[in-house]
Design a protein around this ligand. Structure first.
Ligand code: SF4
Length: 130
């Protein structure tokens, strides 16, 4: 996958946070009430003026990049609950650079996040696209 760091995925984010994400980011000194919102039964990144709370507007860079949520690490690889399958979000202008190898590597990481969110059971893996 090639990321051109356009920050498109940081605007109007709906990124779901796992408990580990919230805990890791909180340890940096942020209060969850600052950077999260609860919607549709999930804790998500908060938007401020249409962009992620952690987006540095001057540089268009993530201000917590080494600690960013797992969903942001994996993006544009996302999970489709309707098919229990990994898929690639075409909103990302570089979606076409995601390879099957990227999907295979993302699979156990996504599985762990989905287990934390009580979407998958332990040791259950999302399907790979054909
Ligand atoms: S939208 Fe895609 S190319 Fe742009 S920063 Fe996000 S992952 Fe990278």
């Amino acid at each position: 996958m090639i990321c051109i760091k356009c920050a498109k995925c940081c605007f109007n984010t709906e990124m779901i946070l796992t408990p580990s994400d919230v805990s890791r980011i909180s340890k940096l000194g942020y209060d969850p009430s600052e950077f999260t919102v609860k919607r549709d039964g999930f804790i998500r990144l908060r938007n401020v003026d249409g962009a992620c709370y952690f987006l540095d507007r001057k540089t268009l860079r993530c201000s917590i990049y080494p600690h960013r949520p797992i969903g942001c690490v994996l993006y544009p690889i996302v999970y489709d609950p309707a098919t229990n399958m990994l898929t690639v979000d075409r909103e990302c202008p570089m979606h076409w650079t995601v390879t099957m190898s990227d999907l295979v590597k993302a699979r156990p990481i996504m599985a762990r996040a989905l287990w934390e969110l009580r979407i998958l059971r332990p040791n259950e893996l999302p399907k790979l696209p054909n």
